[in-house]
Write a protein that binds this ligand. Structure first.
Ligand SMILES: Cc1ncc(COP(=O)(O)O)c(C=O)c1O
Length: 388
């Protein structure tokens, strides 16, 4: 098959290093080692029982066909109801599109919004797929180096400096991966005003909403009807493997979004959509809130324990399930550090180089997606390895 000509733009795509960590951890486990997993970006909890039951019923009722490209009307209505209950925002269900995960939504938006050579402003570090998607469209990911000084979120002054004549959009995430920091209400308003001034589109990834530990976490839709919101059932709702998420688009984009959804994926998985309907029941919500409290307890424990060992965490986690920690006391090379922690000490974590270039060798990401016993074991191993 070496005669196959591969599209040039794929050369700009980088693989997930975390997958390599995961694979190596699996090999070590197969060889009999106990590995503490703090690399995995998905909740360790199995999907909540009411969702499982709804899926069983949907299967029993033979719901095995395609849905509309935009998703089941009942689910779009339920998501609109969720915005009203949680955020006191009225969103017409016609603006909501059910997608195969947030990934499907991001892919759709990249197709909808990006022409070759368009520049998209985004933070570095950030979720790595976005810059790859932009490059696949022939666009330019205009990376803004962020650190603890701005809570790992872009400040307007930085955007002003980074903006060029070809900038067309601003892609944000709150809470963010890998730092777990949020964009506060005033800051979000400033960002939206700035973006509007230059007629840029704004995309906000809200996939970690619900898993937040601060009082006020604004949703973009509270402040604007013109932006694009990406969300998912993967994280707060604990449905990573079901591949289901959603988009909210401005009214002017409804028709084109529908056409793109038809062409890109036909529809999100129907069984998953029926299952997700149960995510909005009080019984399921109670389970999610218990799990959120468990994540908060883990965060508190891990933040303190890692700080005591000598990691430096410039911005405390306000949402999601990650801590982004500097390793200056121990190493200048996050990839080598992660390799050693895994190979020698059986602790799997992700190097900062997965999330961008800026200071990436100084940082590692800890995911607290494993239970307290495992976290304690991980911390004990790190403390022994790093001499405190
Ligand atoms: C910030 C962010 N956006 C999107 C995704 C994709 O999520 P999914 O496709 O499972 O909904 C992830 C997954 O880790 C993420 O961290």
């Amino acid at each position: 098959m070496n005669f196959v000509k591969i599209a040039k733009r794929t050369r700009a795509i980088s693989p997930f290093r975390v997958m390599k960590v995961l694979q190596r951890a699996g090999e070590l486990e197969a060889a009999g080692r106990k590995i503490v997993h703090m690399e995995v970006g998905e909740p360790d909890f199995t999907t909540a029982a009411p969702i499982m039951e709804a899926a069983r019923q949907a299967l029993g009722n033979g719901h095995t066909h395609y849905s509309n490209a935009a998703g089941l009307p009942a689910l779009r209505d339920a998501i609109a109801g969720f915005y009203q209950d949680r955020y006191d925002v009225i969103v017409d269900a016609s603006r909501i599109f059910v997608t195969p995960g947030a990934s499907g939504g991001l892919n759709l938006l990249a197709n909808l919004l990006i022409d070759p050579d368009d520049g998209i402003l985004m933070a570095d570090p950030a979720y790595p797929c976005n810059r790859n998607l932009i490059r696949l469209m022939g666009g330019e990911a205009q990376l803004i180096p962020v650190d603890g000084a701005t809570g790992f979120q872009p400040a307007v002054g930085q955007l002003e400096q980074a903006r060029t004549a070809n900038s067309r959009g601003l892609w944000l995430a709150s809470p963010a991966n890998p730092s777990g920091t949020v964009i506060g209400r005033d800051h979000l308003q400033e960002l939206l005003d700035w973006s509007a001034r230059y007629r840029l589109h704004t995309v906000m990834d809200e996939i970690y909403h619900g898993l937040h530990y601060v009082e006020d976490l604004p949703c973009l839709l509270e402040l604007s009807d013109d932006g694009f919101v990406v969300n998912s059932f993967s994280k707060y709702f604990g449905m990573t493997g079901w591949r289901i998420g959603w988009l909210v688009v401005p009214e002017s984009c409804i028709e084109l979004t529908n056409t793109l959804a038809q062409n890109l994926f036909i529809a999100a998985p129907t069984l998953s959509q029926h299952a997700a309907l149960a995510a909005f029941t009080p019984a399921a919500m109670e389970i999610f809130e218990t799990r959120r409290a468990a994540f908060q307890e883990r965060r508190d424990f891990l933040y303190q324990a890692l700080t005591e060992i000598g990691f430096s965490i410039p911005s405390a986690t306000e949402g999601a399930f990650y801590l982004y920690a500097a390793i200056d006391r121990f190493s200048e090379d996050s990839e080598e550090f992660c390799r050693q922690m895994l190979e020698t000490h059986g602790v799997a974590i992700t190097p900062g180089t997965d999330f961008g270039d800026y200071q990436a060798h100084r940082y590692v990401r800890f995911a607290f997606t494993t239970d307290m016993d495992n976290l304690r074991l991980g911390v004990d191993r790190l403390a022994a390895a790093l001499g405190s």
